[in-house]
Design a protein around this ligand. Sequence first.
Ligand SMILES: [Mn+2]
Length: 287
Amino acid sequence: MEGYVDFLIEPRLPSFIGLPRDLRSAKAAIIGVPYDSSSTCRPGSRYAPRRVREVSQDMETYDPVLGADASEAPAADLGDLRETLSPSSVVSSVARVVQELSAAGKVVLLIGGDHLVTLGALSGLRGGLSLVVFDAHLDFRDEFPQGEKLSHATVLRRAREGLVEEAVVVGARALSKEEVDALRRDGRVRVVYPWSLGNLRDELSTLSERVYVSVDVDVLDPSVAPGVGCPEPGGLTFNQLSELLLEVFDRKPVGFDIVEVNPLVDVNDVTSRVAAKLLMKALLAVR
Ligand SMILES: [Mn+2]
């Protein structure tokens, strides 16, 4: 691959579950985005791509639910995006590599970094998208902190300014009144709350063809995924999230990310291992 992918991505070893770096026969490409400058709770998710790769080395890659092995998925681990501190430059860098790879027919799977990396992926996929985001938060603020339009807490708001036609937020439970009012005015963002997860199937059936899936690990209960910047009680179990993801993966997503894993506040690497397992399921979904 030549162009932005070569210029902006640096190889990383060990690779995720030992995947090759060679893209030629791959359908999916993993890219780490070590960026957390827009974190307002606790920074540290820039270390997630490295830690998730490391913990994946001694994890089983066979998925008993799917009856398939993620290490045999046609996928490559390209490495990490070059580090940057500026929110607008991480968005544009991610957008460039995602656009280049999707033009070459590859599905990009990102490991964040904070949630802002999703905005880059959506920009790179260019229109006609619907978004399914698993998150404790709505990320629908106009500015956060005040005066900042590009941050982890404004991602969905920016995405609705022309990048996605509609969105479903699954597992949300930490909401501000400002966001709830803005969602009501918007009208194209629905929420599936943790206490009514059964509604997801109906919401999925109305979405357009090109579905992008974003998982903020804080959608899980903090007892399941303690290593996150802003832990929020009342979240999903791992098996609940896995089952819902399988339903979403039926829609053959055009892109996927897992964000907000923070190894600096993790406990015994539990959250990094959760992220690794979810990434394996995503790899099997694009087979
Ligand atoms: Mn969140």
